[in-house]
Design a protein around this ligand. Structure first.
Ligand code: SF4
Length: 86
């Protein structure tokens, strides 16, 4: 069962409208936090949560999702199309 949490992104000029974290896939590798620590935190279950969906630019956000070894971070454009992972 997917255990996904959605975070809306409203950053001006950004093409990314939504960040989804699949909590079942998150293994607390913290690679995403290493890339964009202004955006993420581990919660008390050692799963990543987005604390500020607008904290970083698109390039850094995409890099943080790419850094996740289990692809637990999914990115969607403003129209709702998945842009990562492809
Ligand atoms: S890199 Fe992936 S597995 Fe690691 S904390 Fe971030 S979302 Fe979770």
């Amino acid at each position: 069962m997917a255990n996904e949490k959605e975070y809306l992104r409203t950053k001006e000029g950004s093409n990314i409208g939504k960040i989804v974290v699949d909590r079942d896939l998150c293994i607390a590798a913290v690679s995403c936090i290493a890339v964009a620590d202004a955006m993420y935190q581990l919660d008390d279950q050692s799963k990543v949560v987005v604390t500020d969906a607008n904290a970083v630019d698109d390039e850094t956000l995409i890099m943080s999702a790419e850094a996740c070894p289990t692809k637990a971070i999914l990115l969607f454009d403003k129209a709702g199309n998945k842009i990562f992972p492809k």
